[in-house]
Design a protein around this ligand. Structure first.
Ligand code: 3H9
Length: 708
């Protein structure tokens, strides 16, 4: 018993309550409190049984991740839990774990040490440790297969997805699902259990017998595919496999060994950084978390193209009625057909029921006029990227929108202030920049104009959550955070092919680095015409004499826009499978010859460094200029919008792991070989490197200064 864990008697059942908000993590004091509370309950002759429950919104959501950085040995982390769980299991009175919210990681491990588990219908249980680059470390890989069976335990430990109450019950992870009051149900269950012999999970071996070895082989194959480059899923599979081969104690020892390897890996540091970075983005200096948030009950979208359609789906998916407007019936029909097709695919994949799709479609009103726009709480503009057109649309919606309606542009490069100048209410204008496909990608850049009000920002952050997006605040600079950094990344990819690497070499090197796809493959997917249109818009800003990529414009002039035309940097078959395109290769060679570029053989290391450090260098400028609030925000943008590998933590965290001195030296090298205009080190990068600091330190200082 302590201030984190209390015990009281209710109906002859000792109720042990954990109170460690916000998520009842197993912070120092919680295991100790559990131990003393359970011991007191066990010694109390008035108590027939013990119920363990979490106060507030959840059962235990796991070990306290904030402690991981401080842990000097994995033994310390496990040492506070593993023996405690054995004690709980050995308790002479039945211990019933009452689960609501989430029993995740160490939380599920605690629950599995109880003799019985009961669960609220909407609760979740899971071993999500792999998402943090570690594996369960308090016998989760040994107890879960004993309850859920080997196949499900492998899946849950290796891929980290949780299961709901009905499934957990069917699998045997929990013994009952309690409708209504969880505590009352758990106490009643406990009273009944008091008279029965109570099972110890670690002694239950019936589900371990005859585990099919193919389960592990399949899981390893799947991990190689969907968790490419990550070590923790493979360690989790090894640990569960050992449960089928070794005694409980030996299995725990093997788990401990693997847990330690994972805990000290660079991958777990990166994934934990990503976890906190994602949760930190909503903290905006000067915008209190309780700043007035407008209710968004109705939305309207201008433009039913690829982006407009995806944005419309986001609102419908969140249960918000949405009007989508186009200028011609043909464009509207095409947009709606795509929306129908996307939903049909979700049904085909088993992600949505027919009824759910029907319900979502019923929230969408396609039309050619601005009728009903005066009822909308937000109007999202998603027309072609061009300032003149955007301003015209904003002037039109300014004329119809009700006072206080938020006006959001989906522009990916243009000046929000100039767009806002087309209205009489710049304080409600901002950017909501979605990433393609907008209904799938989780990133949403929320772009602040100079007049955008704090309420509108706070509402946008809250709305992002409601739309199941991660909102990242960005300043109003060309390309904001993500696309501004993408420009030098793609520039280097193109320079590299001009200098002698093949399109395939460049794509493969970055794919092997861990990117979801290579840079030129990504351009082909996004459509080369998108960049072409933007380059035309900004051509007047190009500095004379500075090297620019030569080939992308030529490909576009030939009508080669990438996947959608079947040809771009690569050529694509009817299933959109790429193969090398000799015509592109010839075009590159010709362009290089004409420009007098000497072609040479280029290492994979140079390909990765030139592309990734171009991102880092521009990221440092973006940070210095305040376009991004934190280096961690940049990481969130790249992890969620551009396929940067989560296990590297994002470009800025990756730079920290390489060491900023090394990064600076490499950039200096590139500057010598190329030019000052392209490779002069960002002043912030130089400052940090020279003072031995990291981007992480910069974030901490800026947060302290801003008081967030
Ligand atoms: C583990 O258990 C290892 C074991 O095997 C033991 C080995 C020996 N620790 O996400 P939210 C904070 S590994 C510390 O916005 P939601 C979070 O940072 C762990 N803090 O809420 C945020 O703080 P702030 C395995 C944590 O309702 C606040 O709580 N467990 C932890 O959308 C609210 O979080 C996991 O991996 C934590 N464990 O989602 C579970 N969890 O307000 C990780 C959360 O200052 N957590 N915080 O920004 C989650 O998946 C979600 O947070 C959860 C709630 C579903 C619980």
């Amino acid at each position: 018993m302590n201030e984190l864990v209390s015990v009281r008697l209710e109906d002859r059942v000792a109720v042990v309550t954990i109170t460690n908000p916000p998520v009842n993590a197993l912070s120092p004091g919680v295991p100790e409190g559990l131990r003393s509370s359970i011991a007191a309950a066990a010694a109390n002759p008035a108590a027939l049984a013990i119920v363990v429950i979490g106060a507030g919104r959840t059962f235990i959501a796991g070990a306290d991740i904030r402690e991981f950085g401080k842990v000097v040995s994995g033994e310390k982390l496990r040492g506070s839990l593993h023996p405690l769980l054995l004690e709980i299991e050995d308790c002479a009175k039945p211990v019933i774990m009452a689960i609501h919210g989430t029993a995740f990681g160490g939380g599920l491990e605690v629950a599995m040490a109880g003799h019985y588990r009961v669960m609220a219908p909407n609760a979740l249980v899971g071993q999500p440790e792999v998402k943090l680059g570690i594996i369960p470390g308090a016998a989760g890989t040994q107890r879960l297969p004993r309850l859920a069976g080997v196949a499900k335990a492998v899946e849950m430990c290796a891929f980290g997805e949780p299961v709901g109450a009905r499934e957990a019950h069917a699998l045997g992870i929990v013994d009952a699902v309690i409708e209504g009051d969880l505590l009352a149900g758990a106490v009643a269950f406990a009273r009944e259990a008091a008279g029965r012999p109570h099972p110890k999970t670690r002694e239950r071996i019936e589900k371990l017998r005859d585990a099919d070895p193919a389960i592990f082989a399949r899981a390893r194959q799947q991990a190689a595919k969907i968790r490419r480059g990550q070590t923790a899923p493979l360690a989790a599979i090894d640990a569960v496999e050992s449960a089928t081969r070794l005694s409980f104690d030996e299995g725990c020892a093997r788990e401990a060994e693997l847990f330690d390897q994972c805990l000290y890996s660079a991958q777990s540091k990166a994934l934990i950084h990503a976890f906190f970075a994602e949760r930190g983005v909503s903290k905006i200096p000067g915008v209190p978390r309780d700043a007035a948030v407008y209710e968004i009950r109705r939305a309207a979208v201008v433009g039913a193209g690829t982006m407009g359609g995806g944005i419309t789906m986001n609102y419908a998916n969140a249960g918000i009625p949405v009007i989508v407007k186009e200028t011609s019936q043909e464009a509207l029909d095409r947009g709606m057909a795509t929306i129908h097709k996307n939903y049909a695919n979700s049904v085909k994949k088993g992600k949505l029921s027919h009824a759910a799709v029907h319900q979502r479609l019923s929230l969408i009103t396609p039309q050619l006029t601005y009728d009903g726009f005066d009822q909308a709480d937000i109007i999202a503009e998603a027309v072609f990227e061009g300032m003149a057109l955007k301003k015209q649309v904003f002037a039109e919606i300014d004329a119809v929108a009700r006072p206080g309606c938020i006006l959001a542009s989906n522009t990916s490069y243009l000046d929000i202030d100039e767009i806002a100048s087309a209205t009489k209410r710049p304080e409600v204008v901002l950017g909501h920049h979605y990433f393609s496909p907008a209904n799938v990608m989780r990133l949403l850049e929320i772009v602040r104009g100079k007049a955008t009000s704090k309420d509108v920002l706070a509402t946008s952050m809250a709305l992002a959550k409601k739309l199941n997006k991660i909102g990242v605040l960005a300043g109003n600079a060309r390309g904001f955070i993500g696309n501004r950094m993408l420009t030098p990344y793609l520039r280097e990819a193109q320079f590299l092919v001009e200098e002698g690497a093949s399109v395939e070499d460049v794509n493969q090197a970055l794919y092997d680095f861990g990117m979801a796809m290579g840079p030129l493959a990504m351009s082909d997917l996004a459509g080369l015409d998108v960049g072409w249109r933007i380059r035309k818009e900004f051509r007047h800003l190009e500095k004379p004499g500075v090297r620019v990529p030569l080939v992308a414009d030529r490909l576009c002039e030939m009508g080669r826009f990438g996947q959608k035309t079947g040809r771009g940097w690569s050529q694509y078959d009817e299933n959109r499978q790429p193969s090398p395109d000799p015509e592109t290769a010839a075009l590159i060679e010709q362009a290089a010859r004409e420009a007098g570029i000497e072609r040479r053989s280029i290492t994979r290391e140079e390909i990765v460094d030139r592309c990734v450090l171009a991102l880092v260098n521009e990221g440092a400028r973006v940070l210095d200029e305040g376009i991004a609030l934190r280096a961690a925000d940049i990481d969130v943008v790249y992890l969620n919008g551009y396929g940067f590998p989560a296990w590297r933590g994002g470009p800025m965290f990756y730079a920290d792991t390489v060491g900023l001195k090394t990064v600076l030296a490499r950039i200096e090298e590139f500057r010598q070989h190329h030019s000052d205009d392209l490779w002069s080190p960002a002043p912030l990068l130089r400052r940090l490197a020279e003072s031995g600091a990291r981007f992480t330190d910069f974030d901490r200082q800026r947060e302290v200064a801003a008081g967030v």
